[in-house]
Design a protein around this ligand. Structure first.
Ligand code: ATP
Length: 310
């Protein structure tokens, strides 16, 4: 059966500037190109999961403005159900993104309408209860994230929390989280442990049962209370734009887990999806479809071929 993924989170209009080198403070640089692209970590994770083959429902809020209308129709165009995406009087959230020639990015987020998602609305809990997994991030107020996580917990629905942007997490939220999915910077911010993802993961396991720390081009680290930590290497590819790699990873990981795959297998599949996304420009625009992920996941990388005996 097709997995059903619920997402509670942000929907932003991404305002993306492409430059050779990002400006320093006080500096002005001339960029090459500007694009407006539907984004936000919530919407992006929703698109990643939908393209990966899930039925996806989005809970959140957009403004009563052109950005909001475009976001809603973009989500619907991706096949995402938006009945519980509210339209509010606060302007749609925006993300101001600078992408440099090395594929790195720097981002300022203005929450706008996302800031109104402080609690569940009628229908939200029923939707969460009917899902196989709930994807959460921190671009909406932590009270809203907490309410959703606790609703999922009441109904035995797996919660996957991307703790971004990094901020201290209330113990109640960690208590309602099944899988915590930080990148290495967020893991360091949460634990105070830098440059040692294994130690950071161990520290986080005192608060959540399962942790995956994404390590960019170095792959991802999985740790749980019952197993030794596992590192899943990243695919060896040339990155042109890493925006959205983490959201591609989260959305596709949720789908693979909801389909009953083991965590290491699911991580391998999510790594293939993320590797495809970093080879193309854009965030949601770069996200691969299920057929592409399956093909990439069954193609050996050069590193794997080199490692074979004989
Ligand atoms: P972003 O904020 O850019 O969306 P992130 O910081 O949340 O990303 P990362 O750890 O950078 O997350 O990347 C997530 C996953 O994407 C990694 O675990 C890896 O599997 C894949 N990935 C990221 N960068 C690369 C790369 N250069 N080559 C191959 N895979 C990559």
């Amino acid at each position: 059966p097709t997995p059903h993924i619920a997402v509670l989170g942000s929907a932003n209009m991404d305002l993306v500037a492409y430059v050779a080198k990002a400006p320093q403070r006080g500096e002005t640089v001339t960029g090459r190109e500007f694009r407006t692209v539907p984004g936000g970590k919530g919407a992006n994770q929703a698109v990643a999961a939908a393209r990966a083959g899930a039925t996806v429902s989005m809970i959140g809020a957009v403004g009563n403005d052109a950005h909001g209308a475009r976001l809603r129709s973009a989500l619907e165009h991706s096949g995402i159900e938006t009945d519980l995406l509210r339209t509010v009087e606060t302007p749609t959230g925006t993300a101001h993104i600078v992408v440099d020639d090395e594929g790195g990015n720097a981002i300022v987020v203005i929450p706008g309408a996302n800031g109104t998602v402080t609690a569940l609305a009628p229908g939200d809990e029923g939707l969460i209860a009917s899902a196989d997994a709930l994807l959460l991030q921190l671009e909406v107020p932590v009270d809203g994230v907490l309410a959703a996580a606790q609703a999922a917990r009441r109904h035995g629905v797996r919660t996957i929390l991307t703790p971004a942007p990094a901020q201290p997490l209330p113990p109640e939220l960690l208590a309602a989280t099944d899988l915590l999915l930080p990148n290495e910077h967020e893991a360091a911010a949460l634990t105070g442990i830098t440059d040692d993802p294994r130690a950071a993961a161990r520290a986080l396991l005192s608060q959540v049962p399962e942790v995956v720390i994404t390590l960019g081009s170095r792959g991802s680290l999985y740790a749980s209370r019952d197993t030794e930590p596992v590192v899943v290497p990243a695919r060896q590819v040339t990155a042109v734009d890493t925006t959205g790699a983490g959201d591609t990873f989260a959305g596709t990981l949720a789908v693979a887990l909801a389909e009953g795959n083991s965590v290491p297998d699911a991580l391998g599949w999510a790594s293939s999806a993320a590797a495809l996304s970093v080879q193309r420009p854009g965030a949601s625009a770069s996200m691969p479809y299920r057929k592409e992920i399956d093909k990439e996941a069954t193609t050996e990388t050069d590193a794997e071929i080199d490692a074979e005996p004989g």
